[in-house]
Design a protein around this ligand. Sequence first.
Ligand code: DC
Length: 225
Amino acid sequence: MGTKNIAVDGPAGAGKSTIAKAAAQRLGLIYVDTGALYRSIGLFALKNNVGSRDAKGVPALLPRINIEMKYDSNGTQRMFLNSEDVTDAIRTPEASLYASGVSAMAPVRDFLLSTQRDMASKYDVIMDGRDIGTVVLPDADLKVFLTADATVRAERRYRELREKDTDTTFEEVLREIIARDKADSEREVSPLKMADDAVLLDTTALDLDGSISALCDLIMERFSL
Ligand code: DC
């Protein structure tokens, strides 16, 4: 038997990372946050004064980028961009917009494809992103499309950012989520879209615990655990 592969896709702020990470911990799977890969490339563009939608400039940066995903003793994924730990730096709203911009470019997506597939072939993973079920792991054992209303998603992300002392307003977060939803689902390359064989999990009316349990139930059912 090969490895267990679970794809979790959905829009920004649906709680994918928190929910998938907790489910992975509960079930002994490795959680892979693929958004962090796009964010790292976005951050590199930002640092090098290349526009996030510069379709020539961004691909030209790729040969200078080395991205590594490592796991600390708590199983937390840490991102290294050319050996620098950028785990926190990639979380700002500016980095989010840059991530969305660079993720619309085919060369960027191709650049990251093998990293993602390698992880899935080596480990039992819950991989979260936008196109995991549709493009990266079309043969995943289970595909979940995790979503929630935009306002609820913005409230959740706002709370998360406030805990980290960022001086972002709620309106700013909501605007950013709506803008990213639009950009992510309307782009030509690998748009955010539910795979035909994915299970829909809407967490608008669920709290965190309920959402984690719902995902764990789907996984346990699929693998008869
Ligand atoms: O999941 P996230 O918010 O960290 O993702 C950051 C950006 O990266 C998001 O705007 C869309 C993009 N992304 C993508 O295009 N494909 C993925 N598999 C994951 C993220």
